[in-house]
Design a protein around this ligand. Sequence first.
Ligand code: AMP
Length: 190
Amino acid sequence: MLKNQFGMLHLSTGDLLRDAAKNGTGLGKLAVTYMNKGELVPNKVMLGIIDSYLRVHADDSILFDGFPRTEEQAAQLEKMLNGYPVKVLALTVPDESVINRLSSRRVCEGCGKLYNVTLGGIPEDGCTDCGGKIYQRKDDMPETIANRLSVYHQQTEPVMEFYENRNMLLEVDGEGSLQAVSDRIMEALA
Ligand code: AMP
């Protein structure tokens, strides 16, 4: 929604790492050893990726999705952006809802389109956009979800304070329908 509304580039670091894993690159092989356990890929690796991306897209408006996930990533991103204006959206959802959402989430192998077992179901003939196979991410299995939540609380939650201290944080209630959350996001950004 944001990408279309504001003509931004969408960089999902998770999608980027999953693509690398699918293509069997060195980065992908390294990343899956962390991703499959629900752990974070080391800061140095992530910051290298962002640095390269920013060099190519210096004049673009970018929507980072899933980044920064640690205070170190936030601090280094701040240096890289060198005063460029930033808005930070935090979609807050209780742990219980996170567990429900992730365990019912499915993804298209081909284009990354998201599906949900309880909301709308899974088309039998594959992805409605590209016909690709729909699968469940390894890190959306129950044991891994628990670890991801604990990693989130320890390493990613402090990032909110980092941006709150800089008056950049826009906290949005992430519960409710797609439309309700989209409306809240637009209101927060207005
Ligand atoms: P996501 O698709 O955003 O849920 O990310 C899936 C997985 O990719 C995470 O659980 C991490 O293992 C890895 N990952 C994605 N973004 C980052 C990041 N900014 N820093 C470290 N690891 C990341």
